[in-house]
Ligand binder design. Sequence first.
Ligand SMILES: Nc1ncnc2c1ncn2[C@@H]1O[C@H](COP(=O)(O)OP(=O)(O)OP(=O)(O)O)[C@@H](O)[C@H]1O
Ligand SMILES: [Mg+2]
Length: 264
Amino acid sequence: MSEPSALQVTDLTVKFAGITALDHVGFTVEPGSIHAVIGPNGAGKSTCFNVLSGVYRATSGSVRFGDAELTRMAPHQIAALGVARTFQNIALSKLQSVENNIMLGRHRLTRAGFLGSGLRLPAARREDRRHRERVREIARYVGVAQYLDAPVGMLPYGVQKRVELARALAMEPRLLLLDEPVAGMNGGERRQMAEVIVAARADLGISILLVEHDMGMVMRLADEVTVLDFGRKIASGPPAVVQSDPEVIRAYLGEQAAKEQENA
Ligand SMILES: Nc1ncnc2c1ncn2[C@@H]1O[C@H](COP(=O)(O)OP(=O)(O)OP(=O)(O)O)[C@@H](O)[C@H]1O
Ligand SMILES: [Mg+2]
């Protein structure tokens, strides 16, 4: 596997009709680190992910991953560089099995292509078998191996979120973008997911960019935190520093609470 590269976001601005969703935002995800982007609802976090993965076009600014400029690339080109993502709202084929959903992540790595596998050529069959082996390995890794044959739609929410992570890992990414990976989960599911994320970074040496509202999780997992509010970066640094930043407290709790906190 190739070395992880830094992701460098510089002066990123995204405007929609009447709204500036991101306003000259910059941050760097160091190779092999877990970097969290946090902020109140509507701060621009998902917009940022959508630009990084090529779903939205930047109005101006730059996103570099290693030597590549991502802002002019299509989603499949960015994926081919080893940038994989999960979505805030689960984006899986509900009627398809867990195995087939994770297989979709292997797509950029399949050489035989649709024609070869459609004709069931021997080489394509061998390749398919190899990919399915890896899919089972990844399913065991994220703890969904017992559900491989089940239609995704039948499974509890927490399991579906882990299947989405498995699909992203199946791309063998160098950078993983996770948009609210534990949203809607109970305490036990959250802990399990956090363990998988930490293990993935350690075992695979990948970088992880994480959007998350669960502060406890951010504080435990992240090496660096970038805080957005109304599309602007209002703070950045290690979790402990960001957590006690008056601007951040104000953004989260409002003016009154921030004053009380300062006087306490
Ligand atoms: N496709 C779009 N068209 C128009 N406005 C959009 C679009 N996508 C996002 N926005 C707006 O951009 C702003 C930032 O939204 P975004 O979804 O990035 O916030 P967020 O930080 O992810 O919030 P949340 O925590 O609720 O997920 C919001 O005002 C939102 O309404
Ligand atoms: Mg969002």
